[in-house]
Every structure is written in structure tokens, then in C-alpha cells.
Design a protein around this ligand. Structure first.
Ligand code: RRO
Length: 311
């Protein structure tokens, strides 16, 4: 096998490989984050989306495994942003992405002011798409609210920051969100968050499978791969070149990683499959990706990134 260069970059930050954990996956506690730091073939570490105050999250059961993916209704459980801001400043093994979320725009601004005033020089990602906080909509489905919060952020925030988006399902919506995002100096867009407010039915029990919100929850895993790829592709076609893309959603094989990159992803994150398979998944995905590159004679990700062909 020829030597492969899997290096990639988001803004000024270089990563040894393209794979990340999806935010929320094995990244909430100090022990989990230490596991990620020790995981081979994981290019960088994304923290659980952090809020102003610590949160317990929604009632159990709040995650349910399916043959074709998963449904979750976690409800943003996290230790509060000071814990994660402290962690990313100490982490030395791999580059970090500090994920932050807010229950209001004011909360987001307060958290980001502290990030701005800290010594952290790494990447931040604003989660505009949590589907599971009771009574709160997904901000990025509201294009006016999204523009307003970004305007407020870039009045003072000068560090590298990207956004995590929900999936869109109409080409007009891709045009509309890209028009908003292109007006700001974002480092990256992470697409997609889980497909919000799905419903899984256990017909034996004649019941839903998660507790909060009457069983409505975010869908992830294999079933959302085509939606994720469509979002990576459609946004790559519309966003400014200097906004990188993290492709998230539906990755179970190296072929899926390859497909995300072919659609334009600079990095690819893995969620549900980590829960199904454990952190060894990153070794398998990397090997499978390298095998595909080998067959095709590719030696770097740039050889095929964004080069999906139309018929
Ligand atoms: O914690 C969650 O319920 C959660 C979040 Br913040 C998110 O962004 N996406 C998701 O599927 N679950």
C-alpha cells in the first residue's frame, strides 16, 4: 500500500486525520474526554455542547439503539461551560473543538464572552441545532434569528468559530442559510445534527422508546446518511470557499467517510457508530478509507475532496 496523507485543516488548525467524534458522543465527562485523547486515528476532539449552567438533561430512557441507527432525546446534559473551557485549554494530545449551546441568545453571548477573554486559541463551534430541549426550537431553522445571533457574536468575538447546523430538506433552505452564513467570518460549518423529532414505535409494547417530548427525538446513524451527504454537498456548493465543512451523519464504514469527503467535507465526525462499536471504530474506518484510496490511486484527501460527479 502506498503511503497515505490523511492530514486536513480547519482554519489555522491542522489535524493528523479527518475523523472526529460527533459532539455528544463520549465527550461529556473528564474520563470520556481522556479516552478520546488516547484514541488512535481520531484526528481531534469535540466536546459535549456546553451551556452557561450545568444540566442534568432529560429523563431516561433518552437514547435507543436501532438496527438502522439511533434515536436520542438527551436534552443537553453537560457539566457547564467552565469545565469544557478549562479542559480544552489543558488538552495537549489532539486539537479540540469547544462546542457551546445556549437556551437563549443572551446565554450564548455570555458564554462566548468568556471564551473570547480566555487563553483558548483553538476552535469553537456554536450548536444552533439541538432538537431535544423541551420548549426550545432549533435556532438554525429560523434564518432571521440565526443572522441576529451571529451579528451579536461577531461584534466582539475574534477567535475561530463555526456553527453546527440541523439538516435542511429543501434547496431554497440551503440557499437561505448559506446567504446568512456567507455574511460572517465563520471558520466552518458542521452538518448535520440529528434529524430532529423523529418517532420510533415499539409495536410489541405499543409504546414510544424515549421518555421526553412524548418520544420525539433526534435520529442518527445509517438511516440519515443520504440526508447528511445532501447537506454537505449542497452547502459546499453554496458556502464561501474559506468556510470549511465538517460532515456528520450516517457514517458506518470507510466508504461513508469517503462519500462525505467526495461531497466536500474537510473532516468527518462519527456519532451513533461509536456507541454501537466503541472507540476502536476509528481504526476500522481509517483502514477502510485507506483501502479505498489505495484502490483508486489516491494519496491525499485533496485528491478527491469535493469531486463528486453529476450524471
Ligand atoms: O443533548 C442532546 O439532546 C442533543 C444535542 Br445538544 C444535539 O445537538 N443533538 C442531539 O441529537 N442531541
Amino acid at each position: 500500500m502506498t503511503e497515505k496523507n490523511l492530514k486536513t485543516q480547519l482554519a489555522h488548525v491542522a489535524f493528523d486525520g479527518p475523523l472526529l467524534n460527533a459532539s455528544g458522543i463520549h465527550c461529556q465527562t473528564a474520563d470520556e474526554l481522556a479516552d478520546l485523547a488516547a484514541t488512535a486515528n481520531l484526528g481531534g476532539i469535540v466536546t459535549k455542547s456546553a451551556t452557561l449552567l450545568p444540566r442534568q438533561g432529560n429523563e431516561n430512557p433518552r437514547y435507543y439503539d436501532l438496527a438502522y441507527g439511533s434515536i436520542n432525546s438527551m436534552g443537553l446534559p453537560n457539566l457547564g461551560y467552565p469545565f469544557y473551557l478549562d479542559y480544552v485549554q489543558k488538552e495537549e494530545a489532539k486539537p479540540t473543538i469547544l462546542s457551546v449551546a445556549g437556551l437563549s441568545a443572551d446565554d450564548v453571548i455570555e458564554v462566548l464572552r468568556d471564551v473570547q477573554n480566555s487563553d483558548y486559541q483553538g476552535l469553537t463551534e456554536l450548536n444552533l441545532s439541538c432538537p431535544n430541549v423541551i420548549g426550545k426550537p432549533q435556532t438554525a431553522y429560523d434564518f432571521v434569528a440565526t443572522r441576529k445571533v451571529l451579528e451579536r457574536i461577531f461584534e466582539f468575538f475574534t477567535k475561530p468559530i463555526g456553527v453546527k447546523l440541523p439538516p435542511y430538506f429543501d434547496l431554497v433552505h440551503f440557499d437561505q442559510i448559506a446567504a446568512v452564513l456567507n455574511d460572517f467570518p465563520l471558520t466552518h460549518v458542521n452538518t448535520v445534527n440529528s434529524v430532529g423529532n423523529g418517532l420510533v414505535v415499539d409495536i410489541e409494547k405499543e409504546q414510544v422508546v424515549t421518555k421526553a417530548k412524548g418520544g420525539f427525538g433526534g435520529l442518527g446513524g445509517a438511516m440519515i446518511l443520504p440526508t447528511a451527504l445532501a447537506n454537505v454537498r449542497a452547502l459546499r456548493q453554496r458556502l464561501n470557499d474559506n468556510i470549511a465543512i465538517i460532515g456528520t451523519g450516517g457514517v458506518t464504514t470507510g466508504a461513508d467517510v469517503f462519500a462525505h469527503i467526495l461531497c466536500g467535507a474537510d473532516m468527518v465526525s462519527v456519532g451513533t457508530q461509536v456507541i454501537k462499536e466503541g472507540l476502536g471504530v476509528y481504526d476500522r474506518l481509517t483502514q477502510e478509507l485507506q483501502d479505498i484510496m489505495d484502490e483508486k490511486g489516491y494519496t491525499s484527501l485533496a485528491d478527491f475532496r469535493g469531486k463528486l460527479q453529476e450524471l
